[in-house]
Ligand binder design. Structure first.
Ligand SMILES: *Cc1c(COP(=O)(O)O)cnc(C)c1O
Length: 451
């Protein structure tokens, strides 16, 4: 143990390591240098316990600086999404339009008439700014915006089905991911789930048979990132609305993504339109702000005033209300739809609408003068639970290397600044151009050149 003892004695003190960190990086505050030093010395001590030599004080200082700077950095970090998945939940879903970004910045960087009526000089309503535009763009009679769609669904159930039953088709009793499971949300809201039909087939009669005095609502849920094929059946929305009307039940439709524009115009199937769901007779429709809508994270409840107002009056609506920057970003995003310019301005729709020729042209610009890359055909996806299994034809830059494998290449791209995320495919990394924002093209080209 004599050799072990001397190895332990070679470990510098926390104080010495902290001073070394501060000498190396004067931008690291003293308090953080001490913390980083303590953490690094713990790592060294563990290594020595396993029989290793103690790291030098210089090595400890370098590792400490990296550790401290990681905490000091702004986060989440901007990354380049070259995965080909347009609404990528792990990468922050919808990028905002320039105008929406400007609105967020203006709202966040100053005072605003958020809850102030400039005409009367009195207190105003925060929700009015956004509810008016949501009503205009969806055609709904009333609207409420909350933090996300999970909150919208929860609040709708809590307001209208607490202590009562809600009928949900077995094939729609789904998990979306991130712990959002329909049965759990129902239970948390105080409602009772009543399963209807079979996993693959549910008819209007199945709902009709399940109605009791305890039933408050029928809820439809968009299956999102899961698709049923083969021997399947689900009820006609209008007939289901008729049944709900006859039995005095509420018809709730959780669209998940929901869309204001028709994806069928771009070679995809039709993702349910918000307007269609309302037209088909749903009393209350919920959807996300940051999926196909292309705005900031938010959840939207639309429907008749009689149904939406009680939701807005629940005490929990206050706890789930959106921030001013969200309201500003969402309103600006909806403004693009009102002005009929969303396909040209909302990034999610620009990406959906881009033609393969356009993408090839952009890809060619991106790889001009870059070694070890070539263009390949690719398939991009909408993501965000919309149109599972369906893809858009796309163009990808395939990066290969004779010296390093695909995993190492992908790791290099991930650690570039900004990080670039692609897909590993057949010994190389594919960077799908459809999801690369035009504003990131220059830096992506520089990253490829430096690779
Ligand atoms: C995505 C999704 C949700 C959750 O929406 P968030 O805005 O992420 O809270 C709820 N229901 C369905 C059907 C979804 O697809």
């Amino acid at each position: 143990m004599g050799g072990g003892g001397s190895r332990f004695r070679a470990i510098p003190s926390v104080e010495a390591a902290a001073q070394a960190i501060e000498r190396l990086a004067p931008d690291v505050p003293a308090r953080m240098a001490v913390r980083a030093a303590r953490d690094e010395i713990e790592v060294v001590r563990a290594a020595v316990t396993r029989g290793r030599q103690a790291a030098t004080i210089d090595a400890i200082a370098e590792a400490g600086v990296l550790r401290a700077r990681l905490v000091l950095e702004d986060a989440p970090r901007r990354v380049i999404n070259a995965t080909g998945v347009i609404v990528h939940t792990n990468l922050g879903r919808a990028p905002l339009s320039d105008r929406a970004l400007g609105a967020v910045q203006a709202a966040g960087g100053g005072y605003s008439d958020l809850e102030y009526d400039l005409t009367s000089g009195r207190r105003g309503s925060r929700s009015k700014h956004i509810a008016d535009v949501v009503r205009e763009v969806t055609g709904a009679e009333a609207a409420l915006v909350v933090n996300n769609n999970a909150a919208a669904v929860f609040l709708a159930l809590e307001a209208h089905a607490r202590g009562r039953e809600v009928l949900v088709a077995r094939g729609e009793s789904i998990e979306i991911g991130g712990g959002f499971r329909i049965p759990d949300i129902l239970r948390a809201s105080g409602a009772q789930l009543r399963d209807v039909g079979t996993t693959n087939r549910t008819r209007v009669e199945d709902y009709a048979r399940a109605v009791t005095d305890e039933t408050a609502a029928i809820m439809r849920v968009h299956p999102s990132n899961f698709a049923q094929v083969g021997f399947t059946e689900s009820p006609d929305p209008t007939e289901l609305a008729r049944l709900a009307g006859e039995r005095g039940l509420l018809l709730i439709n959780d669209l998940g993504s929901g869309a204001l524009l028709d994806t069928a115009a771009y070679g995809l199937e039709r993702e349910p339109l918000i307007g269609d769901a309302l037209q088909a007779g749903a009393d209350l429709v919920t959807f996300s702000g940051d999926k196909l809508l292309g705005g900031p994270q938010a959840g939207v409840v639309v429907g008749t005033a009689e149904v939406v107002e009680p939701v807005a009056r629940r005490p929990l609506a206050r706890a789930l209300r959106p921030d001013k920057m969200t309201i500003a970003g969402l309103r600006a995003t909806l403004g693009h739809y009102l002005r009929d310019e969303a396909v040209a301005t909302v990034p999610v729709w620009q990406m959906i609408a881009a033609s393969v020729d356009e993408l090839r042209e952009r890809a060619n610009r991106l790889i001009a003068g870059v070694q070890n890359v070539h263009l390949v055909e690719s398939r991009a996806a909408v993501g965000g639970g919309a149109l599972p299994g369906q893809t858009l034809p796309s163009v990808a830059i395939e990066v290969t290397s004779l010296r390093v494998g695909a995993d190492a290449l992908a790791a290099r791209l991930r650690t570039a600044s900004p990080p670039v995320l692609g897909r590993i495919h057949a010994g190389g990394v594919r960077l799908d151009v459809r999801t690369v924002l035009p504003r990131d093209e220059r830096v992506l080209r520089e990253t490829l050149q430096a690779l």
